[in-house]
Design a protein around this ligand. Structure first.
Ligand SMILES: [Zn+2]
Length: 338
């Protein structure tokens, strides 16, 4: 247990958190962001995108249901576009990437608590057996034929793979790409990973990792919403305006053809460098009502930007007392705290 968790647990035990919750909050919107709900043990791909086990997610949802007023997807779009409607802290739940465990685990847990979330799907992956580059890299490092990986592109990297704990090596190899900036060519980087690991990266896998179109439709019938996460999940700001427009439009039209709502968008990766004023224009012109980023923060009426709705990234090491404290303090302060 880290210091923040210990302090949050003590505050909950002393009923201090309840007192703070009763004080009330500023008008604010806290949007939580998850990717995968799974047990990380024995995971074959990128465990870095697992942000809660099913048990943790269940406990977090129970807390949200009990302590907060959680918006459903339509209400979320409504307050983002009409922020003056916010009277106190409201919470919303979102998922990026539309992994299959969102259907298998998150969906029934949300439904059991009467909660509804928005799931952002990259249409190139939805319903396929493809895996994205970060899962390809994690798979490659886990299955590498060598215990010392040497990459020379985009920079020199030596990563030692500990068989019992390959996670540090996986993180290092993924980071070497994400920190490389827009000039790093993904195909060339993946070829370098193949060479370093002495294997071929799988494009498709037997154990389908993304939800199917029918599963997505079933979730919408139960009150969840499927938004767009573009078509290919590439970094929009690195593309030409024409390609950004195509990514935004193609994903939306495919989702609509599949009888899914696609009213909202989440920018792939989502930090400040991954979208630009051109991206926002393309998203608006494609017909999205709002778009979500991913670099932390909560939204207050004066600073609400419907095409840069801030989200709080979740993590496996956040426990319920810590999340509860984070929400109450952020609601009081009008900015992300704790
Ligand atoms: Zn994503």
């Amino acid at each position: 247990m880290n210091k923040r968790q210990a302090a949050s647990t003590l505050a909950a035990r002393l009923k201090l958190t309840s007192v703070l919750e009763r004080v009330g909050s500023r008008p604010a919107l806290a949007v939580l962001l998850y990717h995968r709900i799974l047990k990380p043990e024995g995971h074959r791909y990128d465990a870095g995108v697992i942000e809660a086990t099913p048990e943790q997610f269940d406990a977090q949802m129970a807390m949200l249901k009990k302590r907060h007023s959680v918006l459903d997807p339509d209400e979320l779009t409504d307050v983002v576009t009409n922020p003056r409607k916010l009277r106190h802290l409201r919470v919303a739940i979102t998922f990026d990437d539309a992994y299959r465990d969102n259907y298998d685990h998150a969906f029934p847990i949300l439904a059991s608590h009467g909660l509804r979330a928005t799931f952002f799907a990259p249409t190139r992956y939805l319903g396929t057996r493809r895996i994205p580059w970060w899962d390809q890299i994690a798979w490659a490092v886990r299955n590498a034929r060598k215990s010392e990986l040497r990459l020379t592109y985009p920079a020199e990297l030596v990563a030692r793979v500990d068989e019992r704990d390959p996670e540090p090596a996986i993180r290092a190899v993924i980071r070497a790409y994400t920190r490389g900036g827009p000039e790093v060519d993904l195909a060339r980087y993946l070829a370098a990973v193949e060479e370093a690991c002495e294997l071929r990266l799988p494009d498709e896998v037997d154990d389908r990792q993304f939800m199917s179109w029918e599963e997505a439709r079933e979730m919408e019938r139960a009150g969840m919403a499927i938004g767009s996460h573009t078509h290919s999940h590439g970094i929009l700001a690195n593309m030409s305006a024409a390609d950004q427009k195509r990514e935004c439009e193609e994903s939306r039209s495919r989702l609509k053809e599949g009888s899914l709502s696609a009213e909202t968008l989440a920018y792939p990766v989502g930090n400040r460098r991954t979208f630009s004023p051109t991206t926002v224009r393309c998203a608006r012109e494609a017909g999205y009502r709002c778009a979500f980023s991913n670099y932390g923060g909560i939204n207050v009426p004066d600073r609400m930007d419907p095409f840069d709705v801030r989200r709080i990234g979740m993590s496996l090491d956040v426990d319920v007392p810590e999340l509860r404290m984070k929400l109450v303090l952020s609601g009081l302060a009008g900015r992300e705290l704790w």
